[in-house]
Design a binder for this molecule. Structure first.
Ligand code: IDC
Length: 472
């Protein structure tokens, strides 16, 4: 254990002092131990791996009055906080300060608030204070005036949204499965999951923070996020370890917010998925192993095959799906379709060839992508036909042209939205970033500024999609 300058301030490094720190850490690690009166905070690891972990800290208020909390954790050298959620986080050296956000800043007597973080490094906290006193002993400091707290706004509360039933999307629908031509919830009822795709994480990783994902889950009320990891164009192939680790973190961050996740293996050029076959084996094997216990992960094994036959895509799918199933036997896999996931339309064929020769595996869906200002009635009709034959997920679409830029055609996009709603076809819109192009939902500079993630930060495609998500 590394000696913490904060926890041991003024003490000599005697065995007694070290024992005291050990007792503190044990108290932090044991949420079940007898609770002190006052304000306490407990630390628990949710999952850990070589090089990092995710943790939840729960603040409990056993004082007689409402409290605004601030938790300060001291981490040992070599361990830092990468991302945090349900909190505002700042760091100074090894000292990490966490304060509440609108929906959890004030804790009523007898109540709790919690936040989470992803650590890089495996060290446990060596010091913990809540409102200035030891986390385990309990502060009786009532904190700052709870009357000024914005936390009573029901609209930002993740748990009590009256419009969409109780709990998060994952709590509501549970483990999703293919049933016939639809995606169904844990009870076998068709469910439409709607949300956003990220941009390529090699370019717009800084748009994916605790606060931006809070906004997507709690303010935009998305059900699902698609994590786009390009393979080429400075993507995965340049640093497989780094990109895989980041995907683990992002999956955990989305999971902490009750969102479904599509893990997008974003091949584009070259368009033959076999080009990246060995990389895909390595990546999906590790991802499936790590996240098999989760109920919210869907695998998209090839973003946009192009210039390659359906038979070839099918053989790729039948090679990668067993790699995933070996670890995670019952999660949904989405297979890219010919012609940049146009179900073949942009290369002169259509959904019939898939229906005639489907992938030989269970729990499989097929991807369809459209860009409303470019892709007109023949695409819309192909989607309608496909949905009557096999399960389809629209893992990418835009209101603009296929370049991801240009003028929006909201009227055409609304026709697709209507069909997807009727047929309960899930969708994730491209893209949750502040790229300059019209398809990126935020104005340039929004991500570097840390938001805001709505209002004046939104381009018109952002306003449009947020409104659709909120309208249900
Ligand atoms: C575009 C991005 C753009 C990037 C380009 C290069 O918007 O910033 O330079 O990719 O890869 C797709 C692809 C998706 C495209 C998107 C818009 O899956 O990667 O993103 N699009 O062109 N298919 C149809 C459109």
């Amino acid at each position: 254990m590394t000696r913490s300058p904060t926890a041991l301030r003024g003490a000599s490094p005697t065995a007694a002092a070290l024992t005291a720190v050990l007792a503190l850490v044990l108290a932090l690690l044991s949420p079940g131990t007898a609770r002190a009166a006052g304000l306490t905070a407990t630390f628990a690891k949710d999952s850990s791996w070589d090089g990092g972990y995710t943790a939840t800290v729960t603040v409990r208020n056993d004082t007689g009055s409402a409290v605004n909390w601030q938790v300060v954790l001291t981490l040992p050298n070599g361990t830092t906080v990468n991302n945090a959620w349900n909190t505002q986080h700042s760091a100074s050296g090894n000292t990490h300060t966490f304060t509440g956000v609108s929906w959890n800043a004030t804790v009523q007597p007898g109540g709790t608030a919690s936040f989470g973080f992803v650590a890089s490094g495996n060290g446990d906290p060596v010091g913990c204070t809540v409102n200035g006193a030891s986390c385990s002993e309990g502060s009786t400091d009532p904190g700052t005036d709870p009357g000024t707290d914005p936390g009573t706004d029901p609209g930002t509360d993740p748990g009590t949204d009256p419009g969409s039933g109780a709990g998060t999307p994952v709590e509501r629908y549970g483990k999703v499965q293919v049933c016939g031509t639809k995606l169904c919830d844990k009870n076998g009822n068709p469910v439409q999951l709607r949300g956003m795709s990220t941009h390529g994480i090699q370019w717009f990783d800084h748009c994916l923070t605790g606060s931006s994902l809070d906004a997507l889950a709690y303010d935009w009320k998305a059900d699902i996020i698609r994590l786009s990891m390009y393979i080429q164009e400075d993507g995965y192939e340049t640093n497989p370890r780094g990109f895989t680790d980041r995907m683990h973190q992002l999956i955990d961050m989305a999971t902490a917010r009750g969102l479904y996740v599509i893990v997008d293996w974003h091949i584009l050029t070259p368009g033959d998925p076999h080009y990246n076959l060995e990389r895909a084996r390595t990546f999906f094997s590790e991802i499936a192993q790590r996240h098999a216990g989760k109920t919210n992960v869907l695998y998209e094994i090839a973003n946009e095959p192009n210039g390659v036959s359906w038979n070839s895509i099918k053989s790729y799918a039948e090679t990668i799906i067993p790699v995933i199933r070996q670890h995670d036997p019952d999660s949904v896999v989405i297979v890219g379709s010919p012609g940049w996931s146009s179900l073949g339309v942009s290369e002169g064929s259509g959904p019939a060839q898939i229906a005639a020769n489907p992938v030989n595996a269970d729990n499989v869906m097929y991807a369809f992508h459209f860009y409303a200002a470019s892709h007109r009635d023949n695409y819309l009709n192909a989607l309608r036909d496909a949905a009557s034959m096999f399960p389809v997920f629209v893992t990418e679409f835009g209101t603009e042209t296929y370049t991801g830029d240009g003028a929006n055609d909201f009227a055409m996009a609304d026709r697709y939205i209507e069909l997807m709603k009727q047929e309960k076809i899930g969708w994730t819109k491209w893209n949750y970033s502040d790229d300059f192009r019209s398809g990126a939902v935020f104005n340039p500079g929004t991500c570097a500024a840390g938001g805001p993630w709505s209002g004046s930060s939104l381009k018109s495609s952002g306003q449009w999609v947020r409104n659709h998500l909120l309208a249900g």
